[in-house]
Design a protein around this ligand. Structure first.
Ligand SMILES: NC(=O)C1=CN([C@@H]2O[C@H](COP(=O)(O)OP(=O)(O)OC[C@H]3O[C@@H](n4cnc5c(N)ncnc54)[C@H](OP(=O)(O)O)[C@@H]3O)[C@@H](O)[C@H]2O)C=CC1
Ligand SMILES: O=C(O)C1=N[C@H](C(=O)O)C[C@H](O)C1
Length: 259
């Protein structure tokens, strides 16, 4: 039977890529779109004719879809995922910006509802590998800073990927004395601080999504870098999620945990 997919944020940069992906996948179809201001003109958004477009959660009927792909905004994503879980729709969430507490609540809810799903701060293989390599390197290089660079329209900072990278590094680096007292003569010039790991967020037109992790040691340095030059780079991960999450019994965090 064809699996039905609702795409939340279908008219956004990532949502449009997701629509194209599902349109190309045998055995899957876009069953609905969700966006707060979209007109009911499915063809305009590369949706098949007669696909319903909803502008609020209240409008969405029961059993509309098997999967919920979410590429929306930090403000919308928590309520969206809660809605999906309580309506037994498997969420596949790329939207970043949720707090740890929100993610933990949603994982708990997914266990109660026995619904599988995935929250992935990054669906790109280069970023998944960067995080893995950085976590490993942190065992040997406790001095580390992260620079992430994104397009100028990005709403959240730091990026979800940079924050996840910092969390993974923090789990693995040995007890470490962070930098001595510093005086910032320009406020915040040393970046954000996650458990002593500095994160620097760059926003510029022309960029898509890029991250560097810089490790320094006595007389040497290691730099790990990934670049997403095209948003199509995230679709391989979304495809894997569509093929796997309905076999899970809870919400999993991190693409690496379903590969
Ligand atoms: N995990 C990953 O691999 C990746 C994650 N992302 C993340 O995905 C998210 C979206 O990114 P991107 O596509 O570039 O952003 P865009 O701004 O292009 O798209 C977001 C879309 O969400 C819509 N939207 C806003 N509120 C709601 C709501 N309540 N319900 C449904 N739709 C809503 C917006 O509509 P409108 O325009 O009308 O406001 C917009 O079309 C971001 O959080 C980004 O960080 C991005 C790339 C990869
Ligand atoms: O907003 C984006 O574009 C991206 N968001 C995700 C993040 O916050 O890490 C993933 C990727 O970096 C692109």
């Amino acid at each position: 039977m064809t699996k039905k997919v609702l795409i939340a944020g279908f008219n956004g940069a990532m949502g449009q890529k997701a629509v194209n992906l599902v349109n190309q996948m045998a055995g899957y179809e876009v069953a609905a779109g969700l966006s707060p201001v979209a007109k009911n003109e499915p063809e305009k958004y590369h949706l098949a004719k007669n696909i319903p477009i909803f502008t609020s959660l209240e409008q969405i009927p029961d059993r509309v879809a098997d999967f919920w792909i979410d590429f929306t905004t930090p403000k919308a994503v928590y309520e969206n995922v809660k809605f999906a879980l309580t309506h037994h729709i498997c969420p596949i969430v790329g939207t970043t910006g949720m707090s740890d507490a929100q993610e933990a609540e949603l994982v708990e809810l997914s266990k109660q509802e026995k619904v599988g799903g995935l929250i992935a701060p990054n669906f790109g293989m280069s970023a998944v590998l960067l995080m893995k390599f950085a976590q490993e390197a942190a065992k040997y290089f406790p001095d580390v800073e992260i620079i992430e660079m994104h397009h100028a329209d990005k709403k959240d900072a730091p990026s979800g990927t940079a924050l996840s990278t910092a969390k993974l590094i923090a789990q693995n680096r040995p007890n470490h004395q962070t930098a001595p007292d510093e005086i910032e003569t320009l406020k915040n010039v040393r970046g954000g601080d996650y458990q002593g790991i500095k994160i620097h967020s760059v926003r510029l037109p022309g960029y898509i999504a890029h991250e560097q992790v810089l490790f320094g040691g006595p007389g040497e340095a290691l730099t790990i870098r990934q670049d997403s030059f095209d948003r199509g780079s995230f679709m391989g991960g979304v495809k894997v999620a569509l093929e796997k999450v309905d076999q899970l019994h809870e919400l999993v965090i991190g693409l690496e945990n379903i590969l």
